[in-house]
Ligand binder design. Structure first.
Ligand SMILES: C[S@@+](CC[C@H](N)C(=O)[O-])C[C@H]1O[C@@H](n2cnc3c(N)ncnc32)[C@H](O)[C@@H]1O
Length: 394
């Protein structure tokens, strides 16, 4: 290690991890000064000056990412009116790029397989317009509940449904027709098997069923959730007016090719080594826990198995001709290129495709052609790997 590297304020365990994974620690040199980013909700452009006056800082437009602005890492936004009213939300620019890579179009049915805490979910919903739907999945109930709060705060939940579920086994496809029809619910209200408007207060029968299902969930994130638990749905998500049988219906592989999701995001669980802000949190939690909870080789092996399973299942739920974006905030080859190579060797109908617009992004091509790597040094963003796949029509 050269002198510059040893002077980095990074814990020894993290430097060892980078070394073992062939990552150059110098990409983290600028991480302390990496700006933070906000996304301005479309339609709130006129309030930019007001927001700037509140935070006492002139926001810098991110030239390569619409509606994104950067600000110094120490400027606080949580107390601003704009934040509290849901006009701005914090999301890293590289995460914004991963969502843009999905190329969400009005009318798309989108699956976000690892959705919590929900920054990318919010942006997907923002881009969707007033047709189509978004299904958000996460295995961690408390994290997905936080996403639900976020959707409500930003008034973005109308076309969204959220399931606590294991993304490696989730098998429900979008409620295509239902999400696009105008609802007439008079008859439906009489029938207890039909979903009425979502309310946080669940009927007794349903609460009992949920509690029973929860008994089967172990706190281990790799475990299988028995039945996806619907914890939120918006008025136009397709759920209101549908029966439980409609929502939980399973389809054959052939039917999924026709009726599956148009777009899938697999923002997989990882070691978070690209997110130096996450790594630095261990300064408070204690550096000793970082080795066990993040950097342990055995855990990394488990994660790569999980990542491959998530990617495989996300791809399975895609309709023919649909696209999937795989991203991780790890920069290791094991959690990105190796997972992708393994996946491609098992799926002849998957093709890695060019990400439109990415030529203007401040990232580098990763080891596999057409895949991208944002690193803090060259991109001034948090670290992120992004790859896009198309499901070929067989
Ligand atoms: C990198 S975070 C996702 C961040 C999120 N996309 C966002 O933009 O806010 C990974 C998420 O995957 C979830 N996760 C881990 N194992 C999972 C599984 N088997 N199925 C679904 N989600 C899982 C974690 O609970 C975590 O919330």
């Amino acid at each position: 290690m050269d002198e510059e590297v040893t002077n980095l304020p990074l814990p020894e365990a993290f430097l060892d991890f980078l070394n073992q994974n062939g990552l150059d620690p110098s990409i983290y040199v600028a991480s302390q000064s990496t700006p933070r980013y906000i996304r301005l909700k479309p339609g709130c452009e006129a309030q930019l000056a007001e927001i700037e006056a509140e935070i006492k800082y002139k926001l810098k437009e991110v030239w390569w990412l619409p509606n994104f602005y950067s600000l110094p890492p120490d400027v606080q936004i949580a107390n601003t009116k704009a934040y509290q009213e849901g006009k701005i939300y914090g999301i890293d620019a590289a995460s914004g790029a991963a969502v843009l890579a999905l190329d969400v179009k009005p009318g798309d049915h989108v699956l976000d397989l690892c959705a919590a805490p929900g920054a990318k979910l919010c942006m997907i919903l923002d881009l969707l317009g007033c047709s189509g739907s978004v299904t958000g999945i996460d295995v961690a109930r408390h994290r997905l509940a936080a996403s639900r709060t976020m959707l409500q705060k930003y008034a973005l939940g109308d076309r969204c449904r959220l399931f606590v579920a294991d993304g490696t086994a989730f098998s429900l496809i979008p409620l295509r027709a239902q999400a696009n029809r105008e609802l007439c619910n008079v008859e439906a209200e009489k029938d207890t098997e039909i979903y009425n408007e979502w309310t946080p207060r669940r009927p007794w029968k349903e609460r009992k069923r949920i509690a029973k299902a929860r008994e089967n969930i172990s706190p281990n994130m790799f475990s299988k959730v028995q039945e996806p638990e619907l914890i939120f749905y918006g008025h136009h998500s397709g759920v209101v007016g549908s029966s439980k049988r409609d929502v939980y219906q399973n389809f054959s592989d052939l039917e999924i090719l026709r009726l599956g999701y148009d777009k899938v995001l697999v923002d997989a669980e990882c070691t978070h080594d690209g997110s130096i802000k996450h790594i630095q949190k261990f300064e408070q939690w204690g550096w000793t826990t970082i080795s066990r909870r993040v950097l342990d080789a055995e855990r990394t092996d488990d994660l790569t198995v999980l990542q491959l399973k998530l990617l495989t299942n996300g791809f399975q739920l895609l309709k023919a001709g649909g696209c999937l974006v795989y991203s991780t905030c790890s920069l290791t080859i094991a959690q990105n290129e190796d997972v992708i190579e393994q996946f491609l060797s098992e799926h002849a109908s998957a093709e890695v495709v060019e990400i439109e617009g990415a030529k203007n992004w401040p990232c580098k091509e990763a080891r596999l052609p057409k895949t991208l790597r944002f690193d803090p040094l060259t991109s001034s963003t948090s670290g992120l790997f992004v790859a896009k796949f198309k499901k070929l029509i067989s």
